[in-house]
Ligand binder design. Structure first.
Ligand SMILES: [Zn+2]
Length: 83
């Protein structure tokens, strides 16, 4: 699940793994299926010149915070085997 930052330039990706939950912060557009060829070339250039493809902050509005809380609780319950 991808939860977008209030600025629309970043996102938090929430992935349930076998033994926990992985949180990754991205600049929006990291998903290859959502990017055009131009975007992918621009992204590759961005990486080649040493800029990072991830971010270290993400601001969630009320809806984003609620969405994150709900998915974390859902994954927590699933990992504990209670759902
Ligand atoms: Zn942002």
């Amino acid at each position: 699940m991808l939860i977008k930052c209030a600025c629309y330039a970043h996102a938090i990706e929430v992935v349930k793994e076998d033994h926990g939950v992985e949180l990754c912060m991205w600049t929006v557009g990291h998903d290859p299926e959502c990017r055009t060829l131009r975007d992918r070339i621009r992204w590759a250039w961005h990486e080649l010149i040493g800029k990072k493809g991830w971010t270290d902050e993400c601001i969630l509005d009320a809806d984003g915070a609620e969405k994150l809380a709900r998915i974390l609780l859902q994954y927590s319950d699933e990992l504990k085997g209670t759902k």
